[in-house]
Ligand binder design. Structure first.
Ligand code: ARG
Length: 458
């Protein structure tokens, strides 16, 4: 029997049922559904709609249904459209007539939004924790590489050398903004909508603030229509997840480049790489590629949901049932990618000699030469021109850049010393730069930021 059989003379068509049923995916929220029902029942008791005895019977039945669902012993029947239907059906079967009082003053519309908000709060907390785990790994690796350096790139062309720790922390700070966004999405999700009813509240003396408190929500809805028709929190969560996935994709892309023979900056651990079925010599960075590939899927979920939402009149429409699969999949995908990438980065071996060989090209210090001239009073544009001309001469075979610099009266030996291996990185002295002192300060700031975020995530 459906929850709505009263008005109908016939049963649902098979195709309707197949299209309509959300149980295959929303049973994942059974704990939240039961928590919401417990709170609803306690509230009904507190306002005198249920007697203490009725309340106890329903709560006992809810306990049983929860363990049945946990053990997987509930036998689903064809009319079980969704998890809400299953729970109510089983409560009624177990508690008898009193079970039929459970849904008083409630609709699946406020129920499903409540369940999903409870689920999402947990999920965002879990993802934020995993992001912090990855940040910890980046921090540990940054602390372990000392003053190793590599070329920094713009346009994927060697630009200026930077500390490897500086490079690793750059990804760490980006992930910190993801933690911010995940927590902001969690804050927006933290609103109870139970008590909004189908769309217009109730004629019963419900107490939404009471259920909100029992469920641990930080706020209560203001408008029943908005409460049941709003999925902004899902879009906010998907945006935070899509940004995280995008950052993981960029980290992945770099690891792919670094693991190539051409770069040779890293060697991947066997546990975090795969081989080729045909080419015996291959060792492939699949995790990094999957991080890059799956980001597309996650941002597809965000745009898909926005497309679903954009045409909906108030309040609840069945289109909204399509909020769960993209959210669940985005959470699962990002959580798994975070764990895999974390392991990959924790175990990757950096070839700091190969990095230094590339970073020590004297051309990478060309900007330092121009800045030395500036310090001696030469206007920067003029200095840029002087050094640019020397680079051009060196490239066409007039001599080694270092020799040309040493021999030039405007530059000389002090300037040539700037082209020595490692000199350019040590020369970066400004706030937030890649030089050793700036990186040491940055490491300290990053450590305190992580400690504060751990507290915020809870
Ligand atoms: N399974 C539905 C969903 O996920 C529950 C709400 C159904 N509401 C309704 N009026 N049919 O959205």
């Amino acid at each position: 029997m459906t929850l709505w059989h009263g008005r109908f003379s016939g049963g649902p068509d098979e195709a309707l049922q197949a299209l309509n049923d959300s149980l295959p995916f929303d049973q994942r929220m059974y704990r939240e559904d039961i928590a919401g029902s417990r709170a609803h029942v306690s509230m009904l008791a507190s306002v005198g709609i249920l007697t203490a005895d009725e309340t106890d019977q329903i709560l006992a039945a809810l306990d049983t249904v929860e363990s049945e669902l946990a053990d997987g012993t509930v036998v689903f029947v064809p009319s079980d459209e969704d998890i809400h239907t299953v729970v109510e059906r089983r409560v009624t079967e177990l508690a008898g007539a009193v079970g039929a009082k459970l849904h008083a003053g409630r609709s699946r519309n406020d129920q499903v939004a409540t369940d999903l908000r409870l689920w999402t709060k947990e999920a965002l907390t879990d993802v934020a924790r995993r992001v912090i785990d990855l940040q910890q790994t980046l921090l540990a690796r940054a602390e372990s590489v000392g003053e190793a350096y590599l070329p920094g790139y713009t346009h994927l062309q060697q630009a200026q050398p930077v500390g490897l720790a500086h490079h690793l922390l750059a990804h760490g700070w980006a992930l910190g903004r993801d933690v911010d966004r995940l927590l902001e999405a969690r804050r927006r999700t933290d609103v109870s909508v139970l008590g909004a009813g189908a769309l217009a509240g109730s004629s019963l003396p419900l107490d939404p603030a009471h259920t909100a408190e029992l469920l641990g929500f930080g706020a209560v809805f203001d408008n029943s229509l908005d409460a049941v028709g709003d999925r902004d929190f899902v879009a906010d969560s998907l945006y935070a997840l899509a940004m995280t996935a995008m950052h993981l994709s960029r980290i992945g892309e770099e690891l792919i480049l670094w693991a190539s023979t051409e770069f040779g900056f890293v060697t991947l651990d066997d546990a975090y790489s795969t081989g080729s079925s045909m080419m015996p010599q291959k060792k492939n960075p699949d995790i990094a590629e999957l991080a890059r590939g799956k980001a597309g899927r996650v941002l597809g979920h965000l745009t898909g949901l926005l497309a679903t939402l954009k045409g909906l009149p108030l309040a609840y429409n069945k289109d909204l049932q399509g909020d769960k699969e993209p959210l669940f999949d985005a959470v699962d995908t990002v959580a798994l990618t975070l764990a895999a990438l974390d392991g990959m980065i924790a175990t990757v071996v950096f070839d700091t000699d190969a990095m230094a060989v590339q970073a020590d090209s004297p051309y990478a210090a060309a900007t330092d030469l121009a800045e030395l001239l500036v310090a001696r009073g030469v206007p920067f544009r003029e200095a840029h021109g002087i050094v640019g001309a020397m680079v051009r001469d060196a490239l066409v075979g007039a001599g080694e850049l270092t020799d040309l610099v040493a021999a030039d009266p405007r530059l000389g030996p002090e300037a040539a010393a700037l082209l020595e291996p490692g000199a350019s990185v040590r020369n970066r002295i400004t706030h937030g730069s890649g030089g050793p002192a700036a990186v040491a300060a940055q490491l300290e700031a990053f450590r305190s930021r992580l400690a504060a975020d751990e507290v915020r995530v809870g």
